[in-house]
Write a protein that binds this ligand. Structure first.
Ligand SMILES: Cc1cc2nc3c(=O)[nH]c(=O)nc-3n(C[C@H](O)[C@H](O)[C@H](O)COP(=O)(O)OP(=O)(O)OC[C@H]3O[C@@H](n4cnc5c(N)ncnc54)[C@H](O)[C@@H]3O)c2cc1C
Length: 356
């Protein structure tokens, strides 16, 4: 690990690694610091990732790290717990005490899924307690599926999972009231609604077998769909003065993200975001795509800064005798002149430095 990098990427999931690869291939010095807890770690396999369908999440990221290191990018394990803006760049502190500097920051720290507070539910997360029909819906096709109502997404989720199984039940639990239209839609698709509260899960041989209600009844189910609250993991950004922006559906807060421009640039100059920290809907492949795009934006920003610096140096090195596209004799009022250098600038104009 060096003292100073062009770019430090905080978070080495799909977004961070992909951004780092784009930067390393642009011949930027880049370091990824990763705490090692990608969001999909509880799941056995990654789905909907072109060319790597069904691979374990750790395998996809290990391949990404190898790709990055092949271009000279570095990866370090650790948690960045502090970042401050200094002198046109940033100073970072890793929780184990290491410190380093960066000209730009790419923050790709993902999000935290805040799960409904039902005993035993968190232990099944990513296995048979699910949220996303595209991540793992196909794997529970034709099974007995429950949908736990806690917010405004219940009917949407129930109808999506009804596409995958004819046996879907909504548990009203402590979710908002369902409108007459919503109840009609569920009835039309053959999805019953159980009004009671869910107080626990039944698990046999490490598999979900049922949902326990406050009444004491157990409804047999093989999978339970929940709607976590999606909270951007952004402690580092909060230190830099950025605030999370809540996202609402029908007046219910379903999570919060770090606000950013479409380029990934945040309100703090030099700090960029990509992946779930900025977009709660991003999946693995779209997080990787965002990382690549934002990496390219950061490189362009550094190219612009490097060019500004080069122009200043260039002008200073030519001194006061620098003349652009002008006949030397004219500029010197007819005095004899001697051309000592000649250069072509990137825009095609030529310059000569002359001495009388
Ligand atoms: C159970 C489950 C299953 C899923 N299955 C799929 C699927 O099959 N297909 C799919 O496309 N999507 C799936 N997803 C969604 C997928 O997990 C996300 O889209 C993806 O992980 C987002 O990538 P990311 O790089 O933004 O964040 P992450 O993958 O979460 O990576 C963020 C990284 O940053 C690190 N980090 C955080 N803070 C710090 C810090 N301060 N310092 C250093 N490092 C830090 C974390 O430890 C983590 O390694 C699933 C989600 C869940 C919850």
């Amino acid at each position: 690990m060096k003292d100073l990098y062009d770019v430090v990427v905080i978070g080495g999931g799909a977004a961070g690694l992909s951004g780092a690869i784009a930067l390393a291939r642009a011949r930027r010095s880049v370091l990824v610091i990763d705490a090692g807890h990608p969001r999909n770690a509880p799941a056995g396999h990654v789905h909907n990732y072109l060319g790597r369908e069904g691979s374990p999440p750790g395998e996809v990221l290990a391949a990404g790290r190898a790709d990055l290191e092949g271009y000279g990018g570095e990866v370090a394990t650790g948690t960045v717990d502090r970042a401050e803006a200094v002198d046109g760049g940033f100073r970072l502190r890793v929780a184990d005490g290491r410190a380093l500097g960066a000209r730009r920051l790419l923050v790709a720290t993902g999000l935290v899924d805040e799960l409904p507070d039902v005993p035993g539910l968190a232990q099944r997360w990513g296995r048979d307690v699910l949220h996303c029909p595209y991540c793992h819906g196909y794997e529970v096709r034709d099974q007995a599926i429950g949908v736990l109502a806690t917010g405004p997404m219940t009917v949407h989720q129930a109808l999506l999972f009804r596409q995958l199984s004819t046996d879907v039940i909504v548990f009203r639990h402590n979710g908002p009231d369902l409108s007459p239209d919503e109840r009609e839609q569920l009835a039309a698709r053959g999805v019953p609604v159980v009004e009671d509260e869910v107080v626990g899960l039944e698990v046999t041989d490490d598999r979900l077998t049922g949902v326990r209600l406050r009444s004491g009844d157990v409804v047999p189910r093989q999978a339970l769909v929940v709607a976590p609250r999606f909270m951007a993991r952004a402690d580092v950004l909060v230190h830099l003065g950025l605030e999370l922006e809540p996202r609402e559906v029908n007046g219910h807060v379903i999570g919060a993200v770090v606000p950013a421009e479409p380029t990934g640039a945040t309100a703090v100059p030099g700090v960029w975001v990509a992946g779930n920290v900025a977009d709660m809907n991003a999946q693995v492949i779209s997080s990787a795509a965002a990382g690549l795009f934002v990496g390219a934006q950061i490189n362009a920003d550094l190219v612009a800064e490097d060019t500004r610096t080069a122009v200043v140096t260039y002008r200073n090195s030519a001194g006061e005798g620098l003349v652009t596209n002008a006949p030397a004799a004219t500029r010197l009022g007819g005095q004899p002149a001697r051309v000592i250098t000649e250069n072509s600038a990137p825009n095609g104009s030529s310059t000569v430095a002359i001495r009388p």
